[in-house]
Design a binder for this molecule. Structure first.
Ligand code: KET
Length: 435
């Protein structure tokens, strides 16, 4: 490189040591001259980042030594004993994979395990596609849209899963809000949503939670979905479904796919990001899928080729293990049947937690209308508690939840519900804590 003689580099280092100034010129390789001596780090300016609003709740929970602590932050299923659950079907699928000596650890194709992709599309569509976590599917979808879609702006519900607001802009797609939740009714602001979609530009991308909206637990009715679909289609907007809870809302995989299927049945195009974290309990395997429904096979094939160009420099190709587990379950009639039973049991336990919490609050005489606990759908209840009340409950009752007042019903058990009800009761009454 011109000018990067050893003498020149020594002079640069000396200058740096003398006045500590940044003297590196573009294209000049400057070894850090003060290595090994007490000196400022090149990263000195970096500020402490805040913990993630959802995963950070678990970090705080883990640090708390209290025996009465409860973690209702992250959306992760727990048993009645408060333990993480590995589904029986997952254990069986893993045992089969382990025993199968034809399995190897080769690189997967860039878009992942083909059979898994096909089966995932079938699961959500009832009868096109790429493999990675739900988060990864959203991220790849975002970057694909930024590169190849003429209207890279995505409308997201308010509120939405917090990561949406980070994933899309980082993938090159700015985020705009649409009305969704009405704090007054603790239900859907249907008219606000419709008005916002009507006012959004032709062709805009619209993020929709396929079912079990996170964090509100509020889903449109079938009729309302029909209205939403008509507006989106009439404005030639592009739906992008985030489907992280199929089977968790109603207990039925088909019922929970209703919204997506209605948009596919009308012949229009859409993107679908699926996650198997919750419904197969494969959180740490990071397994999900991106499907892009296209009008023709020819378009789908070109889209597929471009997705590879997005993925290859991002993570090259996805890990195999989670895809193979999911594919085993999806492809085997018996495992699939057993899975639906286990899934229903998880959904039912969550619903029973809703009833128990509601009844316990009623029994305490806690002021307010708590029927939304019963009405809301899926893993979460959006309690309506404000950040001060949440902080009070964490400080005084060791109950961990996100600041927006969301609680993961899957983190509750018959044993912990009275404690939560006490905490909510005290928070609502503005009482002093008990610890
Ligand atoms: N979409 C939604 C709507 C969602 O709630 C999650 C996870 C994901 C995608 C991520 O899926 P995955 O396959 O794990 O990448 N939500 C829970 C965990 C988290 O925040 O990461 C949560 O809201 O607690």
């Amino acid at each position: 490189m011109s000018g990067s003689t050893p003498e020149r580099r020594m002079a640069t280092m000396a200058a740096h040591l003398r006045d500590g100034e940044e003297t590196a010129k573009e294209g000049l390789i400057v070894p850090w001259p003060t290595a090994g001596v007490a000196a400022a780090s090149v990263f000195e300016h970096i500020q402490q980042a805040p913990e993630d609003p959802i995963l950070g709740v678990t970090v705080a929970f883990n640090k708390d030594p209290s025996p009465m602590k409860v973690n209702l932050g992250v959306g992760a299923y727990r048993t009645e004993e408060g333990k993480p659950l590995v589904l029986n079907v997952v254990r069986q699928a893993e045992e089969r994979l382990l025993a199968d000596r034809t399995q190897n650890k080769e690189y997967q194709p860039i878009t992942g395990v083909a059979q898994f992709n096909k089966l995932s599309a079938q699961l959500i569509l009832g009868a096109n596609r790429c493999a990675l976590s739900g988060t990864g599917a959203l991220r790849v979808g975002a970057e694909f849209l930024a590169k190849h879609y003429g209207k890279p702006v995505i409308y997201v519900p308010v509120p939405t899963w917090g990561n949406h607001n980070k994933i899309f802009p980082l993938g090159g797609v700015p985020v705009k809000p649409y009305h969704y939740y009405d704090p007054k009714t603790r239900g859907l602001d249907y008219q606000g949503m419709i008005d916002d979609l009507r006012a959004a530009p032709v062709g805009a991308v619209v993020l929709l939670h396929a079912c079990a909206h996170n964090p509100t637990g509020v889903d449109p009715t079938e009729e309302q979905w029909e209205g939403i679909r008509k507006v989106i289609r009439s404005k030639q907007q592009l739906p992008f479904f985030d489907c992280a809870y199929q089977g968790f809302a109603s207990g039925s995989l088909d019922t929970d796919a209703h919204a997506v299927r209605s948009f596919v049945a009308d012949g229009g195009e859409c993107l679908i990001a699926q996650s198997y974290a919750k419904n197969m309990g494969l959180y740490g395997e990071r397994i999900g899928a991106l499907s892009i429904v296209c009008r023709s096979a020819a378009v789908a094939s070109r889209v597929d080729s471009q997705l590879k160009l997005v993925i290859r420099p991002m993570y090259s190709s996805p890990p195999a293990h989670g895809a193979l587990i999911a594919a085993s379950i999806l492809s085997d009639r018996d495992l699939f049947a057993d899975w639906t039973v286990e899934l229903k049991a998880m959904a039912d336990r969550i619903i029973s937690m809703r009833h128990q919490l509601y009844d316990t609050l009623k029994a305490r005489g806690t002021p307010g209308d708590w029927t939304h606990i019963l009405k809301q759908i899926g893993m979460f209840t959006f309690t309506g508690l404000n950040p001060e009340q949440v902080q009070f409950m964490t400080r005084e009752y060791h109950i961990y939840m996100t600041l927006d007042g969301r609680i993961s019903m899957a983190g509750l058990s018959t044993k912990t519900i009275p404690h939560l009800a006490d905490a909510i009761n005290a928070a609502v009454l503005g009482l002093q804590g008990q610890s």
